[in-house]
Design a binder for this molecule. Structure first.
Ligand code: ATP
Ligand code: MG
Length: 548
């Protein structure tokens, strides 16, 4: 990570773990886990959780488990399971031997459910979905007890067994915990522990037709793996009493659930449901579209994993939901790429520049491969009497404070010398087609206020460049529940151009990231063919992050 990395700051989870180690709780051991549901690709919000779960383990010389929380068979898929592993590894974390499926614990969960029934802590309930709502009560009124609540344990056990055997249709019976229908916490009002779902599971196949609910399954998963600190996002805070109830009633390993604020980013939607909608509706080109906030999209865009880790460290860990400016992420990306990316010149919108004194020209000029890293050496760039410059670097009638080219004006041509514009050509439609002028070598002094980039007209090669912008045009695309977030899709989030670039770019391999001087960072896309690279704009050079 870059030298500007702040020292790791203290936060409440670091403090809790440090205190537990000091006091010898869990015999001083630390085990964490990252438990994604394999129903979508991981996004930058998950990266926050991953950096925290794996980070806390690594800092404490401990292990972090990667667990597929696959208790819901319907939305889950093997494709996601594989992508999740690839993304966590890419982010820089290693679970070693500790890869698990929650569904591998279904037998234990079933056994524990039977124990709860025997102990009078759970019962099979026949209320319909309609009745269920009615009996549940509201936050201000207590609920009512189900007529099934005092069913003898043997009867519940027999029914539960029939549920398991597939003798009961979906939705007809559920297993409920017997807790407190008058609890102010709705999650404690005899919550459902198991439901019937006649659906094949990607991992366990047809073995089960009853599936445990998250609140019952999660503490058991954590207990089986002896997770000490079970970190999750704030919305689970109200579920914690139930998490603790399951531990006490099942007499299992007492993991501690600790909640932290989820990451929300400006100009971004983060929920997997919405991201799936963008993919299925073809608003983007797949989960790994470079505009997606998914880790696979960010990888394809050229964002280095170190920048994401740095970002996650900088945003910190709190108990309060807030909105993080995406400019901070972009800042971390620039910071990282500034150190690692090779420099090249490329012109996105070429305009011909003709030097009218070709006798004074150097055959080639030299530029640093990376000014941040002198050891990387220099590159040679052929120089010619005809160049391409950026169309925007010439103005027929320069506006105030415009210091680049215009008739009579001089600029520095990066690494080469000076150029003074004497005249230009125009098409019938008024479009400028070429600018002409005189070249002055670097050894002479010409006063200029701007440096522009260029490429040699014949030695430069065409490359496809995909100019990505933010996917949404407003800071909070899902801020208004009344408006479909897709209304705010940015129609200009992708523009494709053919740029002219230094010929070395033709050798770029997918994943290589370059700084196109003055323009930004660009990553070679997997769509690249040998000799025909395609580049994604990772980020522009202009940093809008305000250091506070
Ligand atoms: P989504 O809300 O996007 O559908 P999820 O919470 O359903 O995500 P899971 O696969 O269940 O996704 O998440 C795995 C872990 O990642 C959980 O511990 C969850 O709390 C955490 N996580 C998910 N989204 C965020 C986020 N935006 N910020 C921080 N952690 C998150
Ligand atoms: Mg979830």
């Amino acid at each position: 990570m870059s030298e500007s990395s702040p020292a790791k700051t203290m936060h409440f989870i670091r403090e809790i773990i440090a205190e537990d180690r000091r006091s010898g709780k869990y015999d001083g051991k630390v085990v964490t886990r990252f438990p994604p549901e394999p129903n979508g690709y991981l996004h930058i919000g998950h990266a926050k959780a991953i950096c925290l779960d794996f980070g806390m383990a690594m800092e404490n010389g401990a292990t972090c488990h990667l667990r597929m929380d696959d208790t819901n068979p319907v939305k889950e898929d093997i494709e996601y399971t594989q992508a999740i592993q690839e993304d966590v590894r890419w982010l820089g974390f290693d679970w070693g031997e500790h890869f698990f499926y929650a569904s591998d614990y279904f037998d234990t969960m079933y056994e524990l459910a039977c124990t709860l029934i025997r102990d009078g802590n759970a019962y099979v309930c026949a209320l319909t979905a309609e009745q269920w709502k009615e009996y549940r009560g509201t936050p201000t009124e207590p609920g009512r007890e189900s007529p099934c609540r005092n069913r003898p344990p043997e009867e519940s056990l027999a029914l539960f067994e029939r549920m398991r055997k597939g003798e009961i249709p979906d939705g007809e019976l559920v297993l409920r915990a017997k807790i407190d229908m008058a609890s102010p916490n709705l999650h404690m009002r005899d919550p459902v522990l198991y439901r019937i779902l006649h659906a094949a599971h990607p991992h366990t196949g047809d073995k089960w037709c009853i599936y445990p609910m998250y609140d019952f399954a999660h503490p058991i998963e954590d207990a089986i793996e002896q997770v000490t600190h079970s970190l999750c996002t704030l919305e689970f805070e109200v579920h914690r009493p139930l998490y603790d109830w399951v531990i006490a009633a099942c007499k299992i390993f007492p993991s501690r659930q600790i909640e932290f604020a989820r990451l929300s980013l400006t100009y971004t939607v983060m929920s997997k449901r919405k991201l799936l909608e963008l993919v299925q509706g073809r608003y983007v080109n797949g989960w790994d579209d470079p505009r997606m906030p998914t880790l696979s999209g960010m990888r394809r865009r050229g964002i280095p994993p170190a920048a994401i880790r740095e970002f996650c460290e900088r945003i910190g860990v709190t108990k309060y939901d807030s909105l993080t400016d995406v400019a901070l992420l972009e800042h971390c990306v620039r910071d990282e790429l500034n150190h690692s990316a090779q420099r090249v010149m490329a012109v996105l919108e070429p305009l011909r520049l003709v030097i009218e004194n070709p006798e004074d020209l150097p055959a080639a000029v030299f530029g640093p491969v990376n000014p941040e890293n002198p050891e990387a050496g220099e590159r040679e760039i052929p120089f010619e009497a005809e160049l391409f410059i950026e169309r925007g670097d010439f103005e027929e009638v320069p506006p105030p404070k415009y210091f680049r080219l215009s008739p009579g004006a001089s600029v520095r041509l990066r690494y080469a010398g000076f150029f003074t514009c004497t005249r230009f050509d125009k098409e019938a439609d008024g479009r400028v087609s070429a600018v002409y002028g005189r070249f002055t070598p670097m050894t002479e002094k010409v006063k200029v206020k701007a440096t522009i980039h260029w490429v040699p007209a014949t030695a430069a090669k065409p490359v496809e460049v995909r100019l990505y912008d933010r996917l949404f045009s407003v800071p909070e695309p899902d801020g208004d529940k009344e408006v479909d977030f897709k209304t705010y899709l940015n129609p200009d989030s992708l523009k494709t151009v053919t740029a002219m670039a230094e010929s070395s770019l033709l050798e770029a391999l997918p994943g290589d990231v370059f700084q196109f001087e003055r323009l930004g960072y660009f990553a070679a896309d997997p769509d690249s063919m040998p000799g025909a690279p395609v580049f994604n704009r990772t980020v522009t050079l202009k940093d809008s992050w305000k250091v506070s």
